[in-house]
Design a protein around this ligand. Sequence first.
Ligand SMILES: C[S@@+](CC[C@H](N)C(=O)[O-])C[C@H]1O[C@@H](n2cnc3c(N)ncnc32)[C@H](O)[C@@H]1O
Length: 366
Amino acid sequence: MSASPLTSRRLRAPDNPVPASREEILAAFKRQADYCRLREAPLTASIIDAAGTDLQAGGPIAGLLQDFDEDPARGALALRIAGAVHYLAIKGRAGPLQKAYRTLSLPETNAVAASLAALAEEHGAVFQSLVSRPPQTNEINRLAALIPAFSEVSSAWGLPVDLYELGTSGGLLLSPDRCSVDYGAFSWGDGPVSLKSDWRGDAHEFADRLEIRGRSGCDRNAIDFTDPEQMDIAHSYIWPEHPERRRTFDAAIAATRDAGARIDRADALQWLAARDIPQPGAVSVVFTSVFAVYLNDDETARLNRLMDDFGARATTDAPVAFIQFEPEPELDFVTFNVDLTIWPGRMRRRIATAHAHGAWVEPVPD
Ligand SMILES: C[S@@+](CC[C@H](N)C(=O)[O-])C[C@H]1O[C@@H](n2cnc3c(N)ncnc32)[C@H](O)[C@@H]1O
């Protein structure tokens, strides 16, 4: 599932939250529904439109949202509601909307609003539960933007890589070596997880193979894909109109399991501070993907200090890299940057700009 472009860098709620106004919620719904239509997800858009209609009519969705005190746009409220309906459809409990999810057909607008109201009435606990938490995703296609950076550090030293991901969600980005990427003009890798991206630059020669020696990550809210319930919730955030994304997602889960990635449920800064980095014989690559937005200024400074400490111990046989795939705050939250810092020597440069989900990658020349 994709959030619409956001406008602010921080995802945190203000210290004294007040319920979001109806106008704010409706504006966020409209923007998200328009974005869904743009991304060819008309059924999801119609559910969000129906939620807006119910809100204006004072129906069950209005009741559900009366105390919602987060920013509805930044908190992807529309996607929480769409996720709740999709979750019920996955369980076969979406009542009059079940057929629409099965056939991906678009019911008449008034019928969607009435069906959504009936569902929210009948399954209040499901809606309550999914509306109260931010959608948690794990976007495997972001590897299309990260692989050039992983390859660059691996070939720079001719060493395998130890991956450490902060905010890893379900750990799917820890298996780049299990992917093949179709970049349009050329392709990379021969793994079973097929990714697609548009490379907006000269045809690029990556290291043909990426040898991953170690792979670990942490998330304070790690998804456990062996738990069927967590799996259903994760699937509910993938728009039903995009079945190919679900297939890729499932292939990535299998690949990550086979690769034996270690995923810890932990606070990222504490977890990172406890790592023994660097280790000889591999590049220690600490990376983030849409994680920095969760940190306040103190935490960002602590993270940078930790990386500098690791870097101070780096040698050519035990180098350190810090790779960040993060939104450009001054831009549109669709354009992201891939930034690389390497030690010894602490050199920093931008590798690429890329779409939020790796749909395109534009390399930045040296
Ligand atoms: C937007 S998701 C990105 C997940 C994954 N990196 C990707 O790109 O698909 C951000 C993740 O960071 C996690 N997170 C945020 N702050 C954290 C912290 N201080 N410690 C550990 N995990 C954190 C969240 O739980 C969430 O799973």
